[in-house]
Structure formats: structure tokens, C-alpha cells
Design a protein around this ligand. Structure first.
Ligand SMILES: [Zn+2]
Length: 242
């Protein structure tokens, strides 16, 4: 990888060789970057991001032949958001990787690194359903950061519903992971609602049979309608009446 390791003993290398190596390195870089694309103001990328502390986030590149597939999937999901959403939320990059590890812990889904405005999505062992849920889950963290974390605001109404939920019976929780804390809980609510048909149907069934979960959905979607300019509430209420 590091062709310029030759500079340790420059006298042994002819200038021509070094120039040829520089050109090769540049061509390789272009080849890797070819799949990257800016879409709705966000750079979708597949290559290494050097300015993220590599001790905090580590990952491997995905096989290039899979780039297009995942890029199309990401783009079709991004199109479901209102115009200007990603610019307004200040998301700069979505990076699709494998073997994602954050601070020494492997991540099945993804992670949102707020100080770099970047979402990583891990593809290991993932079905499309899981991949899509992971993307929307991380987008909820992005929204959360913008409206709450940044100003150190606690969402008291959410915490009340979280505390009224039951970790052993799953009453109020859409998934195991949702039980972790209020923030993961709402990321799971949002991620599941935005999921594929089966996931979405499970969500609606749960909302019909679980009062606390229903209240969470209403609270989150009202917030989206009033504060984020993304109206999920009206659709949800219609779906509940079917
Ligand atoms: Zn999360």
C-alpha cells in the first residue's frame, strides 16, 4: 500500500520509478473512488476515510462488485425523506463498509459519528431488511443529535414512556436492542417503521396491541411532523385504522 516507503532509501530508487509509482497510486485511487457519489447533498462512499480516528472506528472495504447494489439501496431509501432533509440535518457522508468496529466493539448495524457528520453502515451478514433498518436507525440518531444531544436536552416524555415499558415482557419495546436506553429505543421505533413490508407490518400490529408502544409512535411522529418537517404521523394514523 505505502509505495512511498521507498523514500527510506531514496538513493536506491530511480526518479522515473518513483514517478511511475505515483501515477499508479493515483490511478488506483481513482479506481477506488469511482463508486463514490454525491446524492441529495450527502457523499455516499466506499473507500477509506482518513480523518476519522482509526483507533475509534475501524472497518474494511466492501468488495467493489457490491458497491452499486448497496448504493442503489441507500439512494432509494434516501428518496423517502423530504426535500432538503439531509442538508438540514447536516449529514455529510454515508459510508458503506464491512467489519465495522467502534471503540473496540464490533457493530452489526451501523454508527453515527456526530463530530464528523458521518453514518457508517456495516454490511456483514445483513439482509436488506436489516441494512435498511440500520440506515434509518442511524438517521434517527442524527436527528436526535441535532435536536437534543447538541443542547443537552432530555426528552422527558420519552423517558416516561421508556420507564413505563417492561424489559422482561417486551411491553412497549419493538426489539431487544430498544431496551438499552431511551435513545436506542426511539432509533429502533423509527428504524422499524421505515423498514421493509414485514417489519412495517410487525410495527403496526405491535402499535395496535401495545398501548405504550403506540404512545411512543405517536410521540415520535408528532415530533417529526412539528419539528423535523417530515410528516409520518398522518400516514401512521391512517395505517392504524386499516
Ligand atoms: Zn443506535
Amino acid at each position: 500500500m505505502l509505495i512511498f516507503a521507498v523514500s527510506a532509501c531514496p538513493a536506491s530508487k530511480k526518479v522515473d520509478d518513483i514517478i511511475i509509482n505515483e501515477v499508479k497510486q493515483e490511478e488506483k485511487q481513482i479506481e477506488i473512488n469511482y463508486a463514490n457519489e454525491e446524492f441529495l447533498g450527502v457523499l455516499i462512499r466506499f473507500d477509506y476515510i482518513n480523518n476519522i480516528g482509526r483507533n475509534v472506528v475501524t472497518y474494511d472495504l466492501i468488495e467493489p462488485e457490491r458497491n452499486q447494489y448497496y448504493k442503489d439501496l441507500i439512494k432509494s431509501e434516501m428518496k423517502r425523506y423530504p426535500d432538503g432533509f439531509f442538508v438540514k440535518q447536516n449529514l455529510k457522508t454515508i459510508s458503506i463498509v464491512q467489519n465495522l468496529d467502534v471503540a473496540g466493539k464490533g457493530r452489526l448495524g451501523g454508527t453515527y459519528i456526530y463530530d464528523h457528520n458521518i453514518i457508517f453502515i456495516n454490511i456483514n451478514y445483513m439482509s436488506d431488511d436489516y441494512f435498511i433498518r440500520a440506515l434509518h436507525h442511524e438517521i434517527q440518531h442524527l436527528v436526535d443529535y441535532r435536536y437534543f444531544d447538541r443542547y443537552f436536552i432530555e426528552w422527558a416524555q420519552w423517558r416516561e414512556l421508556f420507564e413505563a415499558s417492561d424489559k422482561s415482557t417486551h411491553s412497549g419495546f419493538i426489539s431487544d436492542y430498544a431496551r438499552l436506553n431511551p435513545k436506542e429505543d426511539r432509533a429502533e421505533v423509527f428504524g422499524h417503521y421505515m423498514g421493509l413490508e414485514r417489519t412495517k407490518n410487525n410495527f403496526l400490529q405491535k402499535a395496535k396491541n401495545d398501548e405504550i408502544f403506540y404512545q411512543k409512535a405517536i410521540l415520535l411522529f408528532t415530533f417529526y411532523k412539528e419539528r423535523v418537517d417530515f410528516n409520518l404521523l398522518d400516514d401512521f394514523l391512517l395505517e392504524m385504522n386499516h
